[in-house]
Design a protein around this ligand. Structure first.
Ligand SMILES: [Zn+2]
Length: 63
């Protein structure tokens, strides 16, 4: 992925989105939550990891 500001190219996984954006092949979208208003619990992450077999993280998107 190429940064539109400085033109540097790095693998998308190496970018630090500061939880203000992200990308996913599989996601669970929860709407009507402002950034930082709610945080997924460890229990939810554990459940998702057991069901999918991969680690999960979260990020916020504000339209
Ligand atoms: Zn840049």
């Amino acid at each position: 992925m190429v940064c539109p500001s400085c033109g540097q190219a790095h693998p998308i996984r190496s970018w630090d989105w500061k939880q203000q954006g992200g990308f996913a092949r599989l996601l669970v979208q929860v709407e009507e939550i402002f950034p930082g208003e709610a945080v997924p619990t460890d229990g939810l992450f554990d459940l998702l990891e057991r069901a999918s077999g991969c680690a999960w993280r979260h990020f916020y998107v504000q339209d």
